[in-house]
Design a protein around this ligand. Structure first.
Ligand code: NAD
Length: 403
């Protein structure tokens, strides 16, 4: 565990003068329209005396023009000058290898750094002497809620998944009584009822669908029912949760039982949204090709767990395919479909995180030893990878992280 002294040493030994300079990394070629800094969050940093640099035109994808940033005191710049003199660089996703090569040692990088899927890049950050904070590692505790980027983005992903499914479905979601007859409500099945799944349920219920949901954590039943959905009863023997509230990985035999018992429910569903993930591990395959085949033609499946490998056997990352007459969508960037709101809450997560972990006067990280949140999110520092799980993946890549 690094102490305050070693934290200071790796950032040049002497505290720098003035307030921190923050740079927003927004790759020009990215298909993700979210940004790590919005005009609203830039205002919060500027009011605290920090300097904010934003590449020109970078907010356009989520509806923020350059003059909105300028109006709150952020500085617009060209990409080439973004990192010069920066103390902190914020990114939505892990930057490319070539961008990582351009990050000056000592800069603190924060964002979704995909530590379990791309441990090689994390090793590279450490080798370059870059300090990094991974949003994926924010503890899921009440005190860390305002910094919890996984939750803020998962909520929007759950919403976007249902809206996307509704837009592709060949039938309406709500029941409708018309003079020409009654239209039955669509049946929606949500698999995995964490943050994304609960929001998917709430959205589908609001749209009038008849919703069924399932999770391996028995505690999820009450939450599902409180949203007006039915909880599917599937007996798998002992399942369980980690101390952090995450689901434990099922055995292959349990997964087989789960698929068998879910088959009938899938066949009856017009829409399936899957969101089941296992922290730090590849997502379990829950909906097999045969289960999709058993659905009615014109049905829709959205695999919202595709960024960690996916729950649907036939889903492909970044693609919308037809499989046996069923539309199967594997969109790893669901929050980007509502980029303005997703950016707003993510940028707010960054403000809370940085205000907590960086000392404005010294521009240094605070002492991680005394801070449960900082010690959780600090991924690389002082040339080393600090998360043991990521270290193991770097040493034996064949073990396989989340993807
Ligand atoms: P996640 O994205 O890791 O997984 C989504 C859901 O999939 C989870 O509910 C999980 O139980 C479920 N799942 C995994 N394997 C499954 C399988 N084979 N079949 C069906 N479902 C399966 O989860 P998350 O949304 O990040 O939430 C994880 C936990 O953390 C939840 O209990 C959530 O309530 C809790 N949480 C707490 C806080 C907080 O206290 N601040 C914040 C966010 C989340």
């Amino acid at each position: 565990m690094a102490d305050q002294e070693s934290v200071a040493e790796t950032q040049g030994g002497v505290p720098k003068h003035g307030m921190p300079v923050i740079a927003a990394i927004v790759p020009k070629d990215s298909t993700d329209r979210r940004v790590p800094v919005t005009p609203e969050s830039a205002r919060a940093f500027v009011l605290a005396g920090w300097t904010v640099r934003v590449p020109r035109g970078s907010g356009l994808g989520c509806g923020h023009a350059d003059d909105e940033y300028e109006a709150v005191g952020a500085l617009l710049c060209d990409e080439a000058e973004l990192l010069a003199g920066a103390d902190v660089a914020l990114c939505v996703n892990m930057p490319s290898d070539s961008f990582v090569d351009s990050i000056p040692p000592g800069v603190i990088v924060a964002g979704f750094l995909d530590p379990f899927a791309r441990p090689d890049r994390i090793a590279k950050l450490a080798d370059r002497g870059v300090t990094s904070l991974a949003l994926e590692l924010v503890p899921r505790t009440t005190i860390a809620q305002s910094m919890d980027g996984l939750s803020s983005q998962a909520s929007l992903a759950g919403y976007a998944a249902v809206v996307l499914a509704a837009s592709r479905l060949t039938k309406a979601l709500p029941m409708m009584s018309t003079p020409a007859g009654t239209i039955k409500p669509a049946r929606v099945l949500v698999v995995g009822t964490g943050v994304a799944g609960l929001q998917a349920i709430a959205t589908a219920v609001r749209l009038g669908a008849r919703v069924m949901a399932y999770d391996v954590r028995p505690t999820a039943k009450e939450q599902v029912e409180s949203l007006g959905a039915k909880f599917a009863k599937i007996d798998l023997g002992e399942t369980g949760e980690t101390s952090g509230g995450y689901a434990k990985e099922l055995t292959e035999a349990q997964l087989d039982m789960q698929r068998e018992q879910l088959t009938k429910l899938c066949a009856e569903s017009d829409v399936i949204v899957t969101t089941a993930q296992i922290f730090g591990r590849p997502a379990p395959v829950i909906v097999t090709a045969d289960m999709v085949r058993a659905m009615k033609p014109g049905s829709v499946v959205v695999d919202a767990a595709i960024s960690t490998g996916g729950n649907v056997e036939v889903a492909k990352p970044g693609e919308e395919i037809e499989f046996a007459g069923v539309t199967v969508i594997g969109d790893p960037l669901l929050p980007s479909r509502v980029a303005r709101d997703a950016s707003q809450v993510l940028a707010s997560n960054f403000v809370s995180l940085l205000m907590r972990v960086i000392d404005s006067d010294t521009k240094q990280l605070r002492d991680p030893a005394n801070d449960e949140i900082l010690s959780g999110v600090l991924l690389t520092h002082g040339g080393v990878v600090r998360d043991e799980r990521v270290v193991k993946l770097i040493e034996s890549p064949s073990v396989g992280g989340a993807r």
